[in-house]
Ligand binder design. Structure first.
Ligand code: SAM
Length: 289
């Protein structure tokens, strides 16, 4: 394998190749043993690679940071999607910023009320590379893909979306704008009067300050804001957070009969409710946000 200038790849003395995810807030890196580099390119926005790992199957890596793996990606995709789709009684128009392997679009299609899904991705090459090496995006005429910066796209959206999923990368590279205070205001304005948004809000252990800022920004706008957790083995620390912000529907009072869990592999009614149970160190951050 030619590691070229790839971010995060190191050859060890015994010629094993590892991908190291550097966690800038801590003096720590997480290593993944690599079997093969299947694809590498520098797009106009970021370094994109597909890696065959020993433990997690195929992995999409952007600028050296793992995004999704073929083995445990279902957990992320189900958890960013189903909580909001169940909380809203009748989600018809659904948008997602950040495309990747389009896993959330696949999950959202399971709800009969859905009429339209718009996937907004800044980098066309990510979707094409995922199509070639990971799963194909679902085949449905309800899905439309827009190649645009989500920050620019949302400014033209007013009172339109029942559910908006912000499947953003961590706050580096092209995703930085998706953490600006104005972005949260624009998300609020893009939603219908009972609309709901969900944000990928990072590791609640390693990205505490980012989570705290996300919650603080959302609480200034939305009456209902909750952080919920899931366990993603391939992500640093294993524990991951999403934050849901809603104008009227409360996920804690959702009708779980609506949850499309029968074909899911992670979420079910118990997980839905348990995901909102938070350890004290996270509750303390939320109280201070
Ligand atoms: N969950 C996805 C999957 O299963 O593949 C991973 C999505 S990844 C967390 C985030 C995606 O957001 C990447 O595809 C990246 O190119 C895209 N992205 C980053 N900044 C963006 C922006 N400003 N506007 C739209 N998409 C953006």
């Amino acid at each position: 394998m030619n590691k070229g200038s790839l971010t995060g790849f190191h050859k060890e003395n015994n010629e094993e190749v590892w991908l190291w995810d550097d966690l800038p807030e801590l003096d720590m890196e997480v290593g993944y043993k690599v079997k093969a580099l299947l694809h590498y390119e520098q797009s106009p926005f970021q370094e994109i690679s597909i890696v065959e790992t020993k433990g997690f199957g195929r992995m999409l890596v952007l600028d050296g940071t793992p995004q999704v793996t073929s083995k445990d990606g279902f957990i992320y995709n189900e958890m960013i999607t189903h909580i909001a789709m169940t909380t809203h009684a009748e989600p018809k128009r659904v948008a997602m910023i950040g495309g990747g392997d389009c896993g959330p679009a696949r999950e959202a299609l399971k709800y009969d009320s859905v009429q339209q899904i718009e996937v907004v991705e800044i980098d066309e090459r990510v979707i094409e590379v995922c199509r070639a090496w990971l799963t194909k995006e679902p085949d449905s005429d309800k899905i439309q893909t827009t190649y645009k910066d989500g920050y620019a796209w949302i400014q033209g959206q007013k009172n339109k979306w029942d559910v908006l999923l912000v499947d953003r990368s961590d706050p580096y590279g092209p995703a930085v704008s998706l953490y600006k205070p104005q972005f949260y205001q624009n998300v609020y304005d893009s939603l219908t009067k009972d609309g709901i948004a969900v944000f990928q809000s990072g590791s609640p252990y390693y990205n505490l300050s980012s989570l705290s800022k996300t919650i603080g920004n959302l609480e200034k706008l939305f009456p209902i804001v909750h952080t919920y957790l899931c366990t993603i083995p391939s992500f640093p620390g294993g524990i991951w957070s999403f934050t849901i912000a809603s104008k009227t529907w409360d996920p804690l009072a959702a009708d779980l009969n609506r949850l499309q869990w029968q074909t899911a592999k992670y979420i079910n009614p118990d997980i839905f409710q348990a995901s909102f149970v938070l350890p004290s160190y996270i509750k303390q951050i939320i109280e201070k946000s």
